[in-house]
Design a protein around this ligand. Structure first.
Ligand code: AKG
Length: 415
């Protein structure tokens, strides 16, 4: 896109807070940044880029928790200036990239400006996408072929041979409360998502591209987050969709758009990113059980073969299967010690046992532990009670959304 845009991006919060933010940055010794940001505010493109680089270096000069918070706001200031310049010269994709980076890495003060600019730029890009590609588009569906017998060979030993999770159609809220929430017992609920627009729309790759294709998203590349060669990358959602298609065709490294509590930046982005697709989903009434609050909505989107290793989470969870199928194995919270949790605090909610390849000598007894499992089909929701251990493997291209909520007494802040 090279045409210039007549309108400028509006940044009311930046306009009113800039002087005080720059003062705070000076107090931290960021005089050169302040000088660059001041020039950037009067339209100097090079100064805006230089300020962004400078703030980026500050974000990377030590562990994330030791970054002085004002430098995160400094990064957002610079991203907004860079985006405004790109937008004015019609470079919408570059503008959106800068804004997404501000959302992922920046501070909280300018988040409203970042979000409103993202909406503006994304809709400009979507208008262009429509014009370039025409209104009438062929539906691009995922290839969801799947052979049960072939899939069974890929699953951990003993899969689907013992107790499976019970399934209930259109379970009432009262029934859910009495029979599952109160006793902490998992259940699959079918027929409760038929009214979600997502059940139709998210099977259409072109729709996803149009809605969020230009956004930057954090993805996981590699077998799973416990493996040494695992890494995170920031790519556009369109690039991610292309990778899913190539993962479907080859055995290239798996890319998974997933959320783990370990990476709270990614978590914040997913929460924001999913805004574009949020109109297509409906928070299940079950998530208001216990009078608590939604803690986060997480997206889990990837090709066949993604694995989320055995771990547990502190919240109630409804995992809704919008596209495709997943194998899920659950162990009760009471078996925690027998599942050999990692000893480092950051991974203490993950098991050291690789269910895909159990080392009997190192982890004796694990193969004999009782579990329940299931294949979660498109249009079904699985209730996972707090602290229940779960292992998840996608059997087809799969897009799920998890809703985490906590009871009224738990006031911990999540993303
Ligand atoms: O779907 C997945 O891969 C993992 C889901 C999960 O772990 C969760 O919802 O807590």
């Amino acid at each position: 896109m090279s045409t210039t845009s007549s309108a400028a991006l509006k940044t009311p919060v930046l306009d009113s807070y800039l002087p005080s933010l720059l003062n705070q940055i000076s107090e931290q010794g960021g005089y050169i940044f302040v000088s660059m940001a001041t020039q950037a505010a009067s339209g100097d493109t090079h100064a805006a880029e230089a300020a962004k680089e400078m703030a980026w270096e500050q974000l990377h000069c030590g562990p994330w928790h030791s970054v002085v918070p004002i430098w995160r706001d400094a990064y957002s200031i610079a991203c907004l200036h860079v985006a405004k310049n790109h937008y004015t010269s019609g470079e919408f994709k570059l503008a959106l990239r800068a804004l997404d980076m501000g959302l992922i890495m920046g501070g909280l003060t300018l988040r409203d400006d970042l979000n409103s600019c993202i909406e503006e730029v994304n809709s400009a890009l979507r208008r262009k996408y429509f014009i370039d590609n025409g209104e009438e588009r062929r539906k691009g569906e995922w290839c969801n072929d799947y052979e049960l017998m072939e899939v069974l060979e890929l699953l951990p030993v003993k899969s689907l041979s013992c107790k499976t999770v019970g399934k209930k159609r259109s379970l009432s809220l009262e029934g859910f409360l009495q029979e599952h929430f109160a006793s902490g017992s998992p259940v699959i609920i079918s027929d409760s998502m038929t009214h979600w627009p997502a059940t139709d729309r998210w099977n259409d790759m072109n729709y996803l591209k149009k809605i969020a294709g230009f956004r930057t998203v954090p993805v996981e590349v590699g077998k799973n987050y416990l493996c040494a060669d695992w890494k995170q990358e920031l790519i556009t959602f369109s690039e991610f969709l292309e990778r899913i298609q190539s993962n479907n065709r080859s055995s290239a490294e798996t890319t998974y758009l997933a959320q783990h509590q370990l990476f709270d930046q990614a978590c914040i982005l997913l929460y924001k990113w999913i805004k574009e697709l949020k109109q297509d989903i409906v928070i299940p009434d079950y998530c208001f059980a216990g009078g608590g609050e939604i803690r986060s909505l997480n997206a889990w989107f990837g090709p066949p073969g993604t694995v989320t290793p055995l771990h547990h989470d502190p919240h109630h969870n409804i995992l809704a299967q919008v596209v495709g199928k997943k194998y899920i194995r659950l162990y009760p919270a009471s078996l925690s010690e027998e599942l050999y949790p990692h000893t480092e605090s950051m991974l203490s909610n993950s098991s050291q046992v690789d269910l895909d390849n159990i080392d009997e000598k190192e982890f004796p007894g694990v193969s004999n532990l009782e579990f329940v499992d299931c294949i979660l089909e498109e249009g079904e929701m699985l209730y996972i009670p707090p602290k229940w251990w779960h292992y998840v493997r996608s059997l087809t291209t799969s897009f799920s959304v998890s809703f985490w909520w906590s009871e009224a007494t738990n006031s911990a802040e999540d993303c």
